[in-house]
Design a protein around this ligand. Sequence first.
Ligand SMILES: Nc1ncnc2c1ncn2[C@@H]1O[C@H](COP(=O)(O)OP(=O)(O)OP(=O)(O)O)[C@@H](O)[C@H]1O
Length: 262
Amino acid sequence: MSIGTADCHRDIITVDSVSFSYQQRNVISNISFSVKERDFIGLIGTNGAGKTTMLRIIVGLLKPTTGEVRLFGEPISQFKAWNKIGYVPQKNNLNPLFPATVKEVVLSGLVGKRKWFGRHSREDEIKCSDALMAMGVEDLAGKRIGELSGGQQQRVFLARALINNPSLLILDEPTVGIDYETQESFFHMIKHMHQHHNMTFLMVSHDMEMIKGYLGEEPVSSAGKLNFYIRHSHETQDCVEQNLAHSLKHLRAQMESQKEGN
Ligand SMILES: Nc1ncnc2c1ncn2[C@@H]1O[C@H](COP(=O)(O)OP(=O)(O)OP(=O)(O)O)[C@@H](O)[C@H]1O
């Protein structure tokens, strides 16, 4: 089942007949769905429905018992472009004494450079300060992560996910435990990233007000106990326009090269 509506964008997540069990206990049974480039998907389900498990399978932290996941068209076992994916796990019980600073936490998100402490290149430092600025937490760069409020920590974890400038962001209940105002500004930011930076989102959330307000009143589809709310980045007819412009550009280039050949 494809849960996107338009055909102009490729599937960037494909979950094909996936089942998963913890020890002997089956949690996900034969689920298939796909997420298209630039979609915003809200994944909703009751407690224990398997939402976190599904996200962990998609980012390769858990291996499906059966079935296959493809990312950007490649089987996950061969997928290497992890810098294209930002993942913010469910709010973890961070030890307040954990010695890393905000800056170190954000830098640790650099793919292939998973060192917590130590020296980084000038380019990495710039990426880090861009991500901190984007999330409005640049003033906190030198603070210990455990000293921050829940909302500030969530911004830092989002900055960590953004440091590689990913095209897909996977968020697991990003606003749990955050006050209403911070939630509002958080959702405002991610909507902006969706609308203006062509990012694709897969987000688990219990905030039905936000989900329904942005993604529509009813789920577009369901698989097992998981419901998918979806907003495509633009209407299908705009895809036709885009494709037309694209094909006309090629046609013009062809005509011009023929003219030059004459
Ligand atoms: N590491 C684990 N070992 C064994 N069982 C687990 C483990 N993690 C999760 N489970 C069980 O798998 C089921 C699905 O858990 P999961 O966290 O994916 O659900 P969820 O839909 O994200 O729930 P919630 O809305 O409460 O966050 C639950 O019954 C949970 O108890």
